[in-house]
Design a protein around this ligand. Structure first.
Ligand code: HEC
Length: 399
């Protein structure tokens, strides 16, 4: 497809995706907080779990929650589902536009695994479907009755999947893939369990029967999973701006830590909203986790040369030659790489001045991480990264 057309489509779809995601996460955070803040008092109608008073936008709201269902079906009922569905549909479209149409550049890294675009795309789509089926089976198995056992197994499963993706795709794609996998599970929870169970409850009410409370419990379980997975997913989705996260050697361990930190931080807010105090220790754990991530990322790219920066400083001419031969086919006034319509992100590395000016970015993207060249498509050898490292260590001068 035409590169400029893809660029515009990806902008429009990304815009939609971010807005839908905000609407979805916003409403789901709202309902979790509301649920936790409900309080019992005498005199509430039968079947009501609790009430909450809220003030917003110039008015007061009096919310009550009926635990299984009210005795009669209300005339008007607002559903919350298109926020989730739109997020997934636009997210999948974006995956196609950026990672499937640009598979050579973004999905595949031949130094990780030499895949054809078809194989890589099949693995990506197949693992989304397979992982979801497995998750569904886990939740419905006897294991699903124990929240703790399910969380531990689910966590290990996600970490294993992440590791697998980093052994197959580029680091950048691996992060988006695990994010998409979790996002798919979350939307499927809405589509396959939460909404259908609510429909069954309403159908029972219409039929004059009392709805099965198990339906509500199942829905609640999935909604709790979604709550705890939200924070890591959002970071995974924006991770491609941070090469130290996705393009360093222990990138999968970094994801393992993120997956654990998200729930810890949610726990802080959940406790507060439930009026159970503020577990400040969670922020200590989060800080320690982030420090560990920073430390792990210092290992550098997958194939980093240890002690590279201690080598004698190279001449600027040597640096220039490396950058011109590995980067400037894309990062120039007139990019010559097929599918790269203009210097990506406005970063131009085609003259001595521009190379010198971008020393910090070269450090982040090509020395401390292996994010560039994308998928190491121009076969930059580790020795050249080491030369750049020595140049940076000696002050990145133009001598
Ligand atoms: C095959 C084309 C190609 C080559 C070769 C290439 N890049 Fe890039 N570069 C890209 C693309 C595409 C992006 C935009 C990525 C995105 O959309 O997030 C990019 C983005 C960047 C960015 C900006 C990232 C940001 O979001 O601010 C930097 C810095 C960068 N590249 C440095 C380099 C360096 C240094 C090299 C050589 C070691 C290099 N690139 C080689 C295609 C290339």
């Amino acid at each position: 497809m035409d590169a400029v057309l893809v660029e515009w489509l990806s902008m429009i779809v990304r815009w939609l995706h971010v807005i839908a995601g905000i609407a979805w996460i916003g409403s789901s955070f709202y309902f979790i907080a509301l649920d936790l803040s409900l309080r019992q008092r005498s005199g509430l109608p039968a079947g009501v779990q609790g009430e909450a008073w809220q003030v917003h936008g110039g008015g007061f709201y009096h919310m009550v929650k009926y635990l299984v269902a009210p005795d009669r079906v209300p005339d008007e009922l607002t559903w919350f589902k298109w926020e989730a569905y739109t997020t997934w549909l636009s997210g999948f479209a974006l995956l196609v536009l950026v990672y499937y149409l640009g598979a050579e550049l973004f999905l595949i890294d031949r130094t990780v695994m030499d895949l054809t675009p078809q194989m890589a795309i099949a693995l990506s789509v197949g693992s989304l479907a397979g992982a979801w089926l497995l998750y569904e089976a886990l939740c419905r198995s006897p294991l699903g009755r124990s929240e703790t056992a399910l969380s531990v197994v689910g966590y290990l499963f996600l970490v294993a999947a992440t590791w697998g993706f980093t052994e197959v795709f580029s680091g950048r794609a691996a992060f988006v893939q695990i994010g998409a996998l979790i996002g798919t599970m979350m939307v499927a929870n809405v589509f396959v369990v939460i909404i259908p169970n609510q429909k069954k409850t309403i159908a029972a009410l219409f039929a004059g029967q009392s709805p099965d409370p198990a339906l509500g419990r199942q829905a609640k379980q999935r909604s709790v999973h979604n709550n705890y997975l939200t924070l890591p997913v959002v970071l995974l989705m924006i991770s491609n701006h941070y090469p130290l996260l996705f393009a360093t050697r222990y990138n999968w361990v970094i994801v393992a830590i993120l997956l654990a930190l998200g729930p810890v931080i949610r726990h802080f807010f959940n406790s507060r909203h439930a009026g159970k105090g503020s577990p400040w220790w969670t922020w200590g754990v989060a800080a320690a986790g982030l420090a560990a991530i920073g430390w792990l990322s210092a290992a550098g790219p997958r194939d980093a040369v240890v002690g590279a920066a201690d080598a004698p400083a190279p001449t600027f001419a040597a640096v220039e030659e490396i950058v011109l031969s590995r980067c400037s086919m894309c990062h120039a006034d007139e990019a010559v790489w097929l599918g790269v319509p203009a210097a990506p992100k406005g970063v131009k590395l085609d003259t001595p001045e521009r190379i010198h000016q971008h020393a910090r970015q070269i450090e982040l993207y090509a020395v401390r991480s292996g994010a560039m060249p994308p998928g190491n498509i121009t076969d930059m050898p580790v020795e050249e990264r080491a030369v750049l490292a020595a140049w940076l260590a000696a002050g990145a001068t133009r001598e």
